[in-house]
Ligand binder design. Structure first.
Ligand SMILES: [Zn+2]
Length: 244
């Protein structure tokens, strides 16, 4: 009887797994058609050149203007692990090129807590998941015009250096809904979208969740593990590994 029960459970798990895989494929198919052309000059060498050119962005969760308000998780009890459902996603920008990855920047002695995605001024910026706009703000010395969206799956996403807001605080948004236009505001050396993924204030490497080049997610779920991010809320973090 026990053996039968175990088999039944295994089968259920297996079918749940293939079910979610199918959902994932459906979602991929349903994503908005976008232009994915990569220009010839987008070589690794060029990317590396951009990497050191990009500006240091102060952490809005800990250093931003009114950061007490920006980071509501300051004194929150963050769970040790959390499985985050990332199936219902839409890529935040039509391009697929990361000009500057998440990670420690020796030149500025600080961690870049998001990824910079290539974008022109005026490109449509979309909510990566469904949720509610927590705030829209301007910070001259940092992110310029930026939006933070709190999602149903527990993540928050941050969109920086925008040229225009298309949403207001407290507004509900669906995954893929245009929320802003990209730009070059704040401390920025050229038009791009600065994109962060946060769990309770912890800046997760967006490339652990999204495969930007292929415009998909790395997996249907992302498992947040607090011990991997012991310094992720400070400026001394050297966490730069890609997680799976
Ligand atoms: Zn950035």
């Amino acid at each position: 009887m026990a053996a039968l029960g175990t088999t039944a459970t295994a089968q259920r798990l297996q079918s749940a797994s293939s079910y979610s895989r199918n959902i994932h494929k459906d979602l991929l198919a349903k994503q908005n058609k976008v232009q994915d052309q990569i220009r010839v000059e987008e070589t690794l060498k060029y990317a590396n050149g951009l990497y050191e050119e990009t500006e240091p962005e102060p952490d809005i969760y800990t250093e931003g203007w009114e950061s007490d308000r920006v980071n509501p998780y300051k004194d929150a009890n963050v769970p040790n692990t959390k499985i985050i459902d990332v199936r219902n996603y839409v890529m935040p920008i039509s391009g697929n090129f990361v000009t500057s990855p998440y990670g420690y920047r020796a030149r500025f002695k600080r961690t870049h807590k998001g990824v910079d995605l290539r974008a022109a001024v005026g490109d449509t910026v979309r909510a990566a998941f469904s949720g509610r706009v927590r705030l829209t703000k301007f910070e001259r010395s940092g992110y310029g015009f930026y939006v933070i969206v709190r999602h149903n799956n527990g993540l928050e996403t941050v969109y920086g250096h925008l040229s225009r807001f298309l949403v207001k605080p407290n507004q509900y948004v669906k995954a893929g809904q245009p929320i802003a236009l990209s730009g070059n505001t704040g401390r920025s050396t050229g038009p791009h979208l600065h994109f962060e993924t946060r769990f309770m204030g912890y800046a997760i490497n967006p490339e652990a969740i999204f495969d930007f080049q292929n415009r998909t997610t790395v997996s249907d779920t992302y498992t947040f593990t607090k011990s991997n991010y012991t310094e992720a809320r400070s400026n001394k973090s050297n966490y730069a590994r890609r997680q799976r």
